[in-house]
Design a protein around this ligand. Structure first.
Ligand code: 5GP
Ligand code: SF4
Ligand code: MG
Length: 454
């Protein structure tokens, strides 16, 4: 998912629309905006893309000086309008709107406790858990109730919370999910999952929200605090850098584009191939493919084209949709690949759906050899922190050897980046690499098998 928030700007709704729109790649199932006007918070939301869920004409006319926006893809809870965010709730502290990115590993446990205490849940997302924790907190102020509730959450998460008093942002103690702070030229503060959302509205990036930080934003002022009193090891999702985030975003001071190029270069040294040409899978693999080509001293070209109007295939909620998505989405350019021994670079291989299809169409277009190179390590372990790769049975590298995967996708050779190569590419310490077998930063509780869904 993607979250956005702004406080103290009289174009809050419109700016949130653009900001949220720039986070579209983070979720395409539903989108919404909550706007604060006086003491009223109203929410517009709908299914589908931002342009389908919201009307720009309406949003540009919505007055109000604070807003939060959300794009969703489901990691928990089915894809339906009750689960669309922002969530709006009335508590004894007043109205509250809430947007979440990520996933709680103890959601089931908390939900059962809350239900036993009488809470009534509307949808099936774990974001509602935070709202109910706040509503049922024994603390006397909203702020203390929020702080206290955040303390009880475990997992990878970033929240934006809007009340008639302030905009709050919080990031999980390990910093697994990203959240950044920005500011407009007029001094209004912003929160967003990725810095690209600041660029589109002409705002500047200030810094990352710290792991475990709870930030309060009012008119042109910020106050910062922590909701946990311990310092956990940093573990930003490395998959954000590998695939998920936009190439014009920065995280932890690093450009995702530059990191991807570097991963490709390292991969070329680790896994060279006898070939004539390097191609990448648009769009997310292009930087890695260019890095590979440069380091291998091979030409790079655009051998595959993407139909931009097909939504990201892995976000499609089931395998049948994903398969037809892949077919519509990518085609080969015969003039580029015909008669060539190709290195085909992809950023990741999760289920193998994409690779199998690509090898087929490249051969059909006349490629003589296809050497697959994956710019991340074998994806062996399900993610429990908000990236939808939860079903262990679907993960190719968990269930097959590399040779079996090579055979399944039909490539002449297949190699992955090593864990050590990934570490070097990310150039600093403090990443989550749990899905690559490096261990889970937040221990998993036994409700996990229940909380995952495609
Ligand atoms: P596959 O078809 O192997 O499942 O997906 C790998 C391709 O989808 C890569 O091109 C990669 O860019 C993209 N991808 C990235 N993350 C995911 C994910 O979580 N699941 C899936 N299926 N694909 C992903
Ligand atoms: Fe990201 Fe993988 Fe960690 Fe999930 S397990 S947060 S996808 S690095
Ligand atoms: Mg891809």
């Amino acid at each position: 998912c993607g979250v956005f928030g702004i406080y103290g700007d009289n174009q809050a709704a419109l700016k949130s629309y653009w900001g949220t729109f720039s986070l579209q790649h983070r979720g395409q199932e539903s989108a919404g905006l909550a706007v604060l006007q006086g003491e009223e918070i109203t929410v517009h939301k709908g299914m589908g893309l931002v342009t389908e869920a919201l009307k720009i004409e309406e949003e540009s006319q919505r007055t109000g000086h604070a807003a939060i926006g959300h794009v969703r893809y489901s990691t928990t809870g089915e894809s339906s309008i009750v689960n669309a965010q922002p969530l709006l709730m009335k508590t004894r502290f007043g109205l509250l709107a809430l947007g979440q990115n990520g996933n709680l590993v103890n959601a089931q446990e908390l939900r059962q406790r809350l239900e036993a205490e009488g809470a009534i849940f509307q949808g099936t997302t774990d974001s509602e858990v935070l709202a109910h924790l706040i509503a049922r907190s024994h603390q006397t102020s909203f702020y203390e109730a929020l702080r206290d509730s955040l303390q009880q959450l475990q997992g990878g998460f970033a929240f934006t919370v809007l009340t008639d008093e302030a905009l709050y942002g919080a990031r999980d103690p390990h910093g697994i999910r990203p959240l950044a702070l920005g500011q407009t030229e007029d001094g209004a503060y912003l929160l967003a999952s990725e810095s690209c959302a600041f660029d589109v509205i002409g705002a500047r990036y200030i810094r990352e929200i710290d792991p475990g930080e709870l930030i309060t934003i009012r008119d042109k002022t910020i106050e910062t605090d922590r909701f946990v009193n311990f310092q956990a090891p940093r573990a930003l999702c490395s998959f954000e850098m590998i695939y998920f985030a936009r190439p014009d975003s920065h995280m932890e001071g690093q450009s995702t584009h530059v990191v991807r190029r570097r991963l490709g270069e390292i991969l070329a040294h680790e896994a060279p191939a006898q070939a004539d040409l390097v191609i990448g899978v648009p769009d997310s693999s292009i930087p890695a493919a260019m890095g590979y080509a440069q380091a291998a001293r091979l030409p790079f070209d655009f051998g595959l084209v993407k139909n931009r109007y097909v939504a990201r295939t892995f976000i499609a909620p089931n395998q049948a949709l994903r398969e037809s998505g892949v077919q519509l989405k990518l085609s080969a350019v015969r003039e580029v690949v015909e008669g060539k021994r190709l290195v085909l670079v992809d950023d990741s291989l999760v289920r193998g759906t994409t690779s199998r299809h690509l090898v087929q169409i490249l051969r059909h277009a006349g490629a003589t050899e296809v050497h697959m190179r994956i710019a991340s390590p074998p994806y062996t372990d399900p993610c429990h922190y908000g990236i939808d790769t939860s079903r262990a049975t679907e993960l190719a590298a968990r269930n097959m050897s590399i040779e079996e995967i090579r055979d399944m996708v039909g490539a002449d050779s297949l190699a992955y980046l090593s864990i050590d190569g990934l570490r070097r590419g990310l150039s600093q310490e403090g990443w989550c690499m749990a899905c690559f077998g490096a261990g889970y930063p937040v221990p998993l509780t036994n409700d996990l098998n229940v909380s995952v869904s495609a």
